[in-house]
Design a protein around this ligand. Structure first.
Ligand code: ZN
Length: 164
C-alpha cells in the first residue's frame, strides 16, 4: 500500500519517534508499505514518521536502478561520524525545495534488521548522507534546519508562506 507522505508543516514530522521494541507482523507490513511508498515517490529514503507513524524505522535505497534490495533498519543511530562534505539535498516532506547541506562524509550506523539482529553499517557518500537525513527525521529534524539563518529565512518566506 502506498501511503500519502506528510509534508511540512505537518506536526508528525516534528515529533521524536518512539523506539521499536518488537518486530511484529504489523511492523513487517508497515516496512513493506514504506518501501512501496518510497519507490512510488522516487525517493532514496523514507522515515516512518513521514507517513504519520511515530516509530524508529527507516527504509533506504540509494541504487540508481532501484533493484528491489532496500535497506530496512530499526532503531538506527550514528555511533561515529568523520569529515564533512556539502551536497544538495531535498526531502519528500519538503517538496520542490533543494539546498546545499553540510554532513559527515563517513558514518558508522548501529541498528537492527527486521529479524531483530544487530547491524553495524559503515558507509560513505550518498548512503552516509541518506542515513543522517533519515535519522534526523526520527528526531523531528528536517534538512532545512541545517541551513544558515539567512537561507532559513528565505525558505520560510518562500515555502511556508504558500502553505499556511
Ligand atoms: Zn526527508
Amino acid at each position: 500500500m502506498v501511503y500519502t507522505i506528510r509534508t511540512l508543516p505537518d506536526d508528525c514530522l516534528r515529533k521524536v519517534a518512539e523506539p521499536l521494541e518488537r518486530i511484529t507482523d504489523e511492523v513487517r507490513k508497515l516496512s513493506a508499505d514504506m518501501v512501496e511508498t518510497m519507490y512510488a515517490a522516487r525517493g532514496v529514503g523514507l522515515a516512518a514518521n513521514q507517513i504519520g507513524v511515530s516509530l524508529r524505522l527507516i527504509t533506504i535505497d540509494t541504487s540508481s536502478e532501484k533493484e528491489g534490495h532496500p535497506l530496512i533498519v530499526v532503531n538506527p543511530e550514528i555511533v561515529e561520524a568523520q569529515s564533512e562534505v556539502s551536497a544538495e539535498e531535498g526531502c519528500l516532506s519538503v517538496p520542490g525545495f533543494y539546498e546545499m547541506v553540510k554532513r559527515a562524509e563517513r558514518v558508522i550506523v548501529r541498528a537492527q534488521n527486521l529479524e531483530g539482529e544487530d547491524l553495524t553499517i559503515e558507509c560513505a557518500g550518498l548512503l552516509a548522507r541518506v542515513f543522517q537525513h533519515e535519522i534526523d527525521h526520527l528526531n523531528g529534524v528536517l534538512f532545512v534546519d541545517h541551513l544558515s539563518p539567512v537561507k532559513k529565512g528565505l525558505f520560510k518566506k518562500e515555502y511556508l508562506r504558500d502553505r499556511r
